[in-house]
Design a binder for this molecule. Structure first.
Ligand code: NIG
Ligand code: FE
Length: 426
């Protein structure tokens, strides 16, 4: 450390008990797979991390930015707690109306999720409620959910459409998702400091009006929806499944999306071996998600193509299916991400801490692997790992401040919220 170093900053977070950086490059004074710095400080300028290190007298000299006027540098005292990167929840279906509690309880009595879908319930129940809801209702529900997510430590949330399933409602939902990101337009107390990443999932289910002419719905997605939504969605996703879209239909949609400049995601091999993981590898998707039925050779193909494997333990919890065997994915050399899959059918949970707990209790992941999966690998699953997901110089300041002094409490002390707040600087 160079004592003479001078750094311009507007915010400094001091007195951090353990800074869990999850850095991808070795950093000075840090140790272990998560690159932890004990008794640390973080300096920030215009939302970018400009310095991290031990909070001692050998740190750099911090200078206020002359452009920000006489207020100088804001000092935040972390009071000795753990600080981690904010969670990156890379798979959610957060914009919808209504609920499916009835189906949840019917499933306890034996009916399966696939059977409900085949009966035109499931996703279509939510589609109906979402089509009927007005813009204000949908925004207010979404904000409540985002608020809950940020309370549990999430700073970035991917949100899929897929409960509109017609041009107008899909567009409305995409506009809402984008509006949630335009933070300056949402005033306190609704204001939530979460980054939102929009995904178009028009291929979530065949809507009832196209039940007997499904190829026309696929045509609508390919020829009308995809071109109209360029710029509104970063990703295009497809539910490639026996009860949803065939491999051929999924291929058609994703190929067109790729030509139009969308990044790709696939709901792959969730309920049966659908070929979705293989398709994700072929088309160079950013992530393939679920993967309960993906084969070893599918996983090899994903690794070769650099596709992130996103595992969603909330679905196993809700559907009472076996938890994803995370070790298998890790042993295949894949980047594994964890996400909530927040949705009213298969995972009605905003809480990423719960996903960490399930990953450690039921998926064979270590704390280090689970935290990596919920932060930097979530960022990889959104192709944003150059900006977020770890605490490193040059990355955005999107942090979770915990109420614990040692990160070993995570997963061990369960069923309670261990995050105090998020800290985001833009
Ligand atoms: O990720 N599998 C498809 N989509 C969601 C469920 C959506 C719903 O049931 O409403 C999922 O599990
Ligand atoms: Fe999903």
């Amino acid at each position: 450390m160079t004592p003479a170093l001078k750094i311009v900053a507007d915010t400094v977070i001091r007195n951090i008990g353990q800074l869990v950086t999850v850095a991808q490059q070795p950093i000075e004074d840090a140790s272990g797979p998560l690159q932890i710095i004990e008794h640390a400080a973080v300096a920030v300028h215009n939302g970018t991390i400009v310095w991290i290190g031990r909070d001692d007298i050998h740190g750099p000299e911090l200078l206020p930015d002359p452009a920000t006027g006489p207020d100088g540098i804001t000092i935040i005292d972390a009071q000795g707690v753990v600080v981690t990167p904010g969670f990156v929840d890379s798979h959610t279906h957060l914009v919808f109306a209504g609920d499916r509690a009835e189906e949840f309880h019917q499933r306890r009595a034996g009916i399966s999720y696939g059977e409900l879908l085949a009966q035109g319930r499931g996703i279509l129940t939510t589609m109906k409620a979402t089509r009927e809801a007005d813009q204000e209702q949908l925004i207010s529900l979404a904000l409540q959910r985002l608020r809950a997510m940020s309370d549990y430590g999430t700073t970035t949330v991917e949100i899929k459409t897929g409960y509109g399933l017609d041009l107008e409602t899909e567009e409305r939902c995409l506009q809402i998702i984008n509006k949630l990101n335009a933070l300056e337009e949402i005033t306190p107390p609704e204001y939530v400091e979460v980054r939102v990443v929009p995904t178009f999932l028009g291929a979530h289910s065949i809507p009832p009006e196209y039940r007997d002419r499904r190829s026309e719905y696929v045509k609508l997605v390919v020829e009308k929806m995809l071109p109209s939504f360029v710029g509104l969605a970063r990703f295009c996703d497809v539910f490639c499944e026996r009860e949803a879209f065939t491999l051929e239909e999924s291929h058609l949609i994703l190929e067109r999306a790729k030509e139009l400049g969308y990044l790709l995601k696939v709901h792959a091999d969730q309920l049966s071996p659908s070929g979705g993981a293989r398709l994700a590898a072929e088309l160079g998707a950013t992530s393939a998600d679920h993967l309960d039925y993906a084969s070893d050779s599918d996983l090899d193909a994903m690794r070769e193509a650099g596709v992130v494997a996103t595992l969603l333990p909330g679905c196993s919890y809700t559907l009472r299916t076996p938890y994803p065997a995370a070790r298998r994915f890790l042993d295949h050399g894949l980047h594994v991400a964890l996400a909530t899959d927040f949705n009213p059918g298969t995972s009605y949970c905003e809480n990423m801490q719960m996903m960490l707990g399930l990953a450690m209790s039921s998926m064979g992941m270590s704390l280090e692997e689970a935290l990596t999966a919920a932060t930097i690998n979530g960022a990889r699953a959104l192709a944003l790992d150059d900006q977020i997901g770890s605490i490193e110089v040059g990355k955005r300041c999107e942090l979770a401040l915990w109420s614990i002094q040692n990160y070993h409490e995570i997963g061990y002390h369960f069923g309670t919220d261990l995050v105090n707040s998020i800290l985001v600087r833009r």
